[in-house]
Design a protein around this ligand. Structure first.
Ligand SMILES: Cc1cc2nc3c(=O)[nH]c(=O)nc-3n(C[C@H](O)[C@H](O)[C@H](O)COP(=O)(O)OP(=O)(O)OC[C@H]3O[C@@H](n4cnc5c(N)ncnc54)[C@H](O)[C@@H]3O)c2cc1C
Length: 410
């Protein structure tokens, strides 16, 4: 009897996408050899709590892990932590690691995620200025946020606002500086921006729109003392968080000649231009059924869905990635759930009332539902997911009529 050779799959990166891929391979009892190489010292973990329950001290590190290390090891998966993949030799199908070892692969999965966008401004290197992407960042930030401290957050996006809420809970005095004319402008419509602005302001957060940062005031010990604005004002600070978005981590792929364009380009089967290399999660740019353009998505749903597609590719099932992206955020007890992409909508319909803190905004393009943002309204989110997936045409008056049971639309 001839022995069948088992494929070796090497996964680069140990974040959410890699964790979801391992979970799928575990579930499908994948027979090949699996080696995960992750730069961070932890097995795959969930980042969303870092700006929410973990920062406010309501959950611990153990609860962040997607699975305990032993679950992977007992399945025979090799998990190599605290090691980087430095380069890919595509001709010989092997990768070189920062511990000077090499690994050969039959299939390589790039799950290198994203890295924070750095601010370039005088004084930005001084102590007291933080970024938030991993557990170590969250630990440093949490240690710095004692009650009574003044935290200035540069950037009024998801993460900045979540940190504002978590820090306020800890008794910290928070100011949010946003350069745009409204909060979360990149990802939501004006109704939700205005609601969040009001919510934060009423909770004591000083929200300043149209505030461009031009530098930092530094004290004698080299510690930040304030944030300098373009209008000449200095906002006093003990701690600063810069939260101005992320960029895809594509250095490794680019150096190996894999096609990238602000993200590793993948098709709906998460294949790169090299047939033996797949890419998943924040590091990718892709097209799916729901977008006219290629998109780079920085969210858990994309990481999980692309991981499922990669697992199908590795097990020979070849199912395309065709899920609708969705997002969530928690701020001051408000549960915001968003599905689809609202950019380019030509009509928005509000269901419920922002004053009651229970409402949803349906975004339509050419009468088709393209996105829904639901605030404490899980039913609208659930129905919205189905409407967006079907690109349904819906009577706007029905969506707005709170007496109408929208379940019937799903
Ligand atoms: C504070 C915070 C809050 C968030 N909240 C939400 C939320 O509420 N909802 C939501 O949908 N999304 C949220 N996100 C985004 C979500 O966490 C990401 O979309 C998700 O983690 C993407 O998974 P990923 O595996 O692609 O990348 P990542 O989780 O970033 O993991 C990539 C990993 O690869 C490692 N790596 C990179 N290069 C190499 C290399 N060469 N060798 C070895 N290892 C390497 C990195 O160190 C990292 O550990 C949040 C993110 C943050 C930071």
């Amino acid at each position: 009897m001839t022995e069948q050779k088992q494929d070796t799959t090497v996964i680069v990166g140990g974040g959410h996408a890699a964790g979801a891929l391992l979970a799928n391979l575990l579930q499908q009892k994948y027979q090949g050899t699996v080696v995960l190489v992750g730069e961070e010292p932890y097995p795959p973990y969930q980042r969303p709590p870092l700006s929410k329950a973990y920062l406010s001290g309501e959950t611990d590190q153990k609860a962040l892990l997607m699975k305990p290390l032993s679950a992977y090891e007992s399945a025979g998966f090799q998990i190599r932590l605290g090691v980087r993949v430095d380069s890919i030799d595509r001709a010989n199908r092997c990768v070189s690691l920062s511990d000077q070892s090499t690994l050969t692969y039959d299939r390589l999965v790039l799950a290198t995620g994203s890295k924070v966008r750095r601010l370039s401004a005088p004084g930005v290197e001084s102590t007291g200025i933080h970024y938030l992407h991993d557990i170590a960042d969250a630990d440093h930030l949490r240690d710095a946020l004692a009650a009574g401290k003044r935290l200035v957050i540069v950037g009024g996006g998801y993460i900045g606002l979540e940190v504002a809420a978590s820090a306020t809970k800890r008794g910290v005095k928070v100011t949010v500086l946003e350069a745009a004319e409204r909060l979360m402008q990149r990802v939501t419509g004006p109704q939700v921006s205005a609601f969040l602005h009001d919510k934060h302001t009423r909770a004591g957060v000083d929200v300043r729109l149209g505030s461009a940062v031009k530098g930092f005031k530094i004290g004698h010990q080299g510690h930040v003392e304030g944030v300098l604005l373009a209008n000449g004002e200095c906002v006093p600070a003990d701690v600063v968080l810069v939260s101005i978005g992320v960029v895809a981590e594509t250095d490794l792929a680019e150096a190996a000649g894999i096609t990238c364009d602000d993200g590793i380009l993948v098709d709906q089967y998460v294949r790169t231009n090299d047939p033996s290399i797949l890419a998943i999660g924040d590091c990718t740019r892709h097209r799916n059924l729901f977008f006219d353009n290629t998109q780079r998505l920085e969210c858990v749903s994309n990481a999980v869905d692309q991981a499922r597609t990669a697992a199908a590719m590795l097990t020979g099932e070849n199912k395309p990635y065709d899920s609708v992206p969705w997002f969530w955020s928690n701020q001051f007890g408000v549960r915001l759930q968003m599905v689809g992409l609202s950019a380019g909508h030509d009509q928005s319909v509000v269901r419920g009332s922002p004053d009651s803190e229970t409402f949803a905004v349906f975004y339509l393009r050419n009468s088709h539902v393209v996105a829904v943002d639901a605030v404490n309204m899980p039913l609208a989110f659930m129905v919205g997911k189905k409407l967006v997936a079907r690109r349904a045409t819906v009577d706007a008056q029905l969506l707005a009529d709170i007496e109408f049971d929208i379940k019937s639309l799903a």
